[in-house]
Design a protein around this ligand. Structure first.
Ligand SMILES: Cc1cc2nc3c(=O)[nH]c(=O)nc-3n(C[C@H](O)[C@H](O)[C@H](O)COP(=O)(O)OP(=O)(O)OC[C@H]3O[C@@H](n4cnc5c(N)ncnc54)[C@H](O)[C@@H]3O)c2cc1C
Length: 584
């Protein structure tokens, strides 16, 4: 589904870039034509291309005619913006519409939505419930809904209507006024279920045409003999909505209004994705939604190639986005961890041609980061949460250090700053019986979930050194021994057995797996006593190295099993929940 969406999006952007280029050429041709007709000097920018353009004008130009029709400055057969391209299947496939309300709708708003459902053939009403807008949009997209309509109210009076065309927009927002529902009119005739004919009055400007297409394509194509008519009449930017049925009476036609009635005024058309909570400035989006430190994928280069007007840069982008250019892309982006902003800086000529739509495509949104809670809720009565965060800061062949997004943001917080997040249960499950031996292997910030267990056991006065065995590791004892005082105190009080591996404090590096091998006899004894084993921390090499040490030294050498038997035993421990890993 995601790949399909990405492909469709790519195709859309490609078509759009082609159209944008054609639009540019058309604008130049219009300008040139005017210069020639009015006998005024040709602008310096145009002079070089003037002869080539002049040849093409003779054959294909329809610009001024169309400009006259729509009353705009420029025209041309091929200059329709591909924003309209979102409606390319209109008339071929019937629209599928979902209508809902703002949260906790009043009875009157619910009634209005029922009437709207009757207006739009092939529409469904959905109870809003407690859903987020983004969840609803995802559900609509997954069910191939073409338009999603949300009606809002003020004190029980419907006051705005948002029409979001799916999957990529646009989203048009209208204010509503003068709403008279069918429900308010006594003895109103029955509602026709025929597909309506549409009358659009006074939609001539570019914006008018755009609004018309947004409204028009909410309705399927009617049969010629349909007796139902919907009118959208634009007077001073207020669009009057009226609905009638008609019948012929001899030579005359009898119209009967079947309601509802209302006026709409367009106040916004947005191309940005509707899941962004509105309103936001572009600056806020860049600051809060886009991950500007992410590493660009090859797709980013294909986007740059589409907009680029610089020959050298475009060729390089095409190469970096191609399957053959994968190795170059790895060397240029992935291995040195070059960020998307740095790439835009390097390709600044192409970057200067980015349009808003492409920018939204180019930057990925910030993904949530998980952090294990490093404290028990018991000591503070649930008020405090401790996190143990490693600040990501490392070097590659690039001069500037690479900084992790979330950890550095957390580092720079001031007291009193607000952090929004949510809590989900951790994956490690500890046995209820506190006398069961626990072997906890947690180097670095992997200590976090074990610290919360230790605090809880301490508070419940069930912390015993025979049951709680912690194998901790870090580089230097003096520099990065997290929670040192707390752990050493617990050891002194016989609440914890602690094994430490300080990898850089001596010439030969010592890691947690070495501590496992060193203490294999005791650990085998604990395993034989039904110990639970936990690994938490960096996913790179540590979990595999620890597993290997367990298999070879504890289960095989000390436990007297063959390597194969030891591996099978480890698997059994894993399936029974006695060997658990939480690594990132
Ligand atoms: C269940 C779970 C629990 C977690 N608990 C904790 C926790 O308690 N404490 C904690 O600190 N983190 C924890 N994490 C990791 C945390 O979610 C973040 O991934 C981490 O903080 C880095 O995020 P960041 O935004 O700072 O870095 P990002 O901007 O995401 O950058 C991280 C990326 O930088 C690259 N990188 C990092 N270091 C190097 C290096 N030396 N060399 C080359 N490339 C490198 C890697 O590609 C890495 O994926 C947990 C993750 C999970 C899934």
């Amino acid at each position: 589904m995601l790949r399909r969406q990405a492909r469709l999006r790519r195709e859309y952007l490609y078509r759009k870039s082609v159209e944008d280029k054609q639009k540019n050429i058309q604008a130049k041709k219009d300008q040139l034509k005017r210069c020639l007709e009015e006998n005024i000097p040709i602008h310096g920018d145009l002079r070089k291309e003037a002869l080539a353009l002049q040849k093409r004008i003779d054959y294909e130009d329809k610009g001024p005619e169309r400009a006259a029709v729509i009353g705009s400055f420029s025209g041309g057969a091929n200059t329709q913006s591909s924003q309209d391209d979102e409606y390319r299947y209109a008339g071929v496939e019937d629209p599928k519409i979902m209508i809902t309300t703002s949260r906790e709708p009043s009875a009157r708003l619910k009634m209005f939505v029922k009437e709207l459902r009757l207006i739009f053939p092939n529409s469904q009403r959905m109870n809003r419930g407690g859903y987020e807008m983004s969840q609803l949009i995802h559900a609509c997209r997954a069910n191939e809904v073409t338009d999603f309509i949300v009606v809002h109210e003020h004190r029980g009076v419907p006051d705005s209507l948002v029409i979001c065309h799916l999957p990529y927009g646009p989203t048009a927002s209208f204010t509503l006024s003068g709403v008279v529902m069918r429900h308010d009119i006594p003895d109103i005739g029955p509602m026709s279920e025929q597909f309506p004919h549409l009358i659009f009055h006074n939609f001539k400007t570019d914006l008018g045409l755009r609004t018309m297409s947004i409204l028009k394509y909410l309705f399927p194509v009617p049969k010629p003999d349909s007796k139902r008519v919907i009118t959208f009449a634009n007077n001073d930017d207020y669009i009057c909505f009226r609905q009638h049925t008609y019948k012929k009476a001899g030579k005359d036609i009898e119209l009967s209004e079947i309601g509802p009635r209302f006026q709409m005024k367009l106040y916004e058309i947005k191309l940005v994705p509707p899941f962004l909570k509105q309103p936001h400035t572009l600056y806020e989006i860049a600051e809060q939604y886009w991950d500007l430190r992410s590493y660009p994928t090859q797709y980013v280069f294909s986007l740059l190639a589409q907009v680029s007007e610089d020959k050298l840069e475009r060729e390089k982008c095409i190469e970096l986005s191609s399957p053959e250019g994968q190795e170059d892309w790895l060397n240029y982006c992935r291995r040195p961890k070059r960020t998307v902003l740095e790439v835009l800086h390097d390709f600044h000529k192409s970057a200067s041609k980015l349009t808003l739509e492409v920018v939204f495509e180019l930057f990925s949104t910030i993904k949530p980061r998980s952090f294990s809670i490093a404290s028990s809720c018991l000591p503070s009565g649930g008020r405090d949460i401790d996190l143990l965060v490693a600040v990501v800061n490392y070097k590659t062949k690039l001069l500037k250090p690479r900084l992790g997004l979330a950890s550095n943001w957390l580092k720079d917080l001031k007291i009193g700053d607000k952090v929004f997040g949510w809590i989900k249960p951790g994956t490690l499950v500890f046995p209820k019986d506190s006398s069961t031996p626990h072997i906890m292997i947690g180097p670095g910030t992997g200590l976090a979930p074990f610290r919360s267990l230790l605090q809880e056991r301490e508070k419940l006065q069930t912390a015993k050194k025979d049951a709680l065995h912690l194998i901790f590791g870090c580089r230097y004892k003096e520099k990065d021994f997290h929670c040192r005082e707390e752990l050493e105190r617990m050891v002194k009080q016989d609440k914890l057995t602690l094994y430490c591996a300080f990898s850089r404090d001596q010439e030969d590096k010592v890691y947690v797996q070495h501590k496992i091998s060193e203490n294999k006899d005791l650990l085998w004894q604990l395993v034989s006593n039904k110990a639970y084993i936990y690994i938490s921390g960096n996913a790179k090499n540590m979990p595999d190295n620890v597993k290997e040490a367990f298999v070879e030294d504890v289960l095989s050498k000390t436990g007297g099993q063959t390597l194969e038997e030891a591996r099978t035993m480890l698997k059994e421990l894993e399936t029974s929940g006695r060997f658990q890993v939480e690594a990132w």
